[in-house]
Design a protein around this ligand. Structure first.
Ligand SMILES: C[S@@+](CC[C@H](N)C(=O)[O-])C[C@H]1O[C@@H](n2cnc3c(N)ncnc32)[C@H](O)[C@@H]1O
Length: 249
């Protein structure tokens, strides 16, 4: 299975109920207000923070590679009476009718692109879809290995229809040289005598600051700032999620 199709089927179904936190919309609202509209969220999934930003009246479109996640987003938008335009595309082969003042990912979704070549194609797509003087915001982090004691531990929630939903880490492999970590996740849904169990590999691919700056430059983009999610400049050795601001060279 392609990484871009990870959030489909049982994973999309369990995503909402198993979600432990939603992205804070504030940093993205502030970014859009600074960089300008229209704005575009890449990897918008089932609608966080896109729906919140639309409720604030911001002109924001969405893109996601999973039709199942977009179906959930449209359902939520309908229930909340929010109008939203979303496109079923991969961010590494973007082809949209508009140009954007602000293009962003909410949280480190960019690390789901499995290698440098795919990431470079996504950066070229971002460049091509930026309006004059537009800016992009790419949150990145270096994932930590899953602690040994958490492997095999099952997290359970009950769905609105009474089904028991479970997720657990089965195994993990980390390749420092390739900057990738693949976690084998087991997703389960049990309802009466019906049971579905599926194992899915989930890959993350990361960058040092210098590696990301070089990749961005190859796509004609320059990193103009690196901050923490609150917008404060990040020191060279800062850990956790960092927000990379980009503009056309
Ligand atoms: C971790 S979810 C985040 C969704 C949402 N922003 C949130 O915070 O709830 C990542 C989303 O990125 C999408 N995605 C993964 N790879 C993608 C790609 N190559 N192109 C576009 N979307 C992608 C997935 O389908 C998924 O909906």
């Amino acid at each position: 299975m392609d990484q871009a199709d990870f959030y489909t089927g049982i994973v999309a179904e369990l995503y909402g109920p198993l979600k432990s936190f939603s992205q804070d919309p504030e940093p993205y609202a502030a970014f859009i207000q600074q960089a300008g509209t229209p704005a575009l969220e890449l990897g918008c999934g089932d609608g966080d923070p896109l729906l919140d930003l639309r409720r604030r009246g911001l002109d924001v479109d969405g893109v996601d590679s999973s039709a199942d996640m977009l179906e959930r987003l449209r359902l939520r938008a309908g229930e909340e009476g929010v109008r939203v335009t979303v496109f079923h595309q991969r961010m590494e082969s973007l082809n949209l009718p508009r140009r954007y003042g602000a293009i962003f990912l909410a949280g480190p979704t960019f690390t789901l692109l499995p290698d440098d070549a795919t990431a470079l194609a996504a950066l070229h797509g971002i460049h091509a879809h930026l309006a004059d003087r537009g800016a992009a915001l790419v949150p990145l982090f270096v994932p930590v290995p899953t602690p040994a004691e958490q492997i095999g531990r099952v997290r359970t929630v009950v769905a609105p229809d009474g089904a028991e939903l479970r997720v657990s880490v089965i195994a993990e492999q980390r390749y420092e040289a390739a900057r990738t970590q693949t976690t084998l996740l087991r997703y389960e849904r049990h309802h009466g005598s019906d049971s579905t169990v599926e194992d899915r590999p989930w890959t993350m691919h990361w960058y040092t600051r210098g590696q990301f700056e070089k990749l961005a430059a190859t796509a004609g983009l320059v990193v103009t700032a690196v901050t923490d999610p609150g917008g404060k400049p990040a020191s060279a050795d800062a850990a956790g999620v960092l927000h990379f601001r980009l503009q056309a060279l």
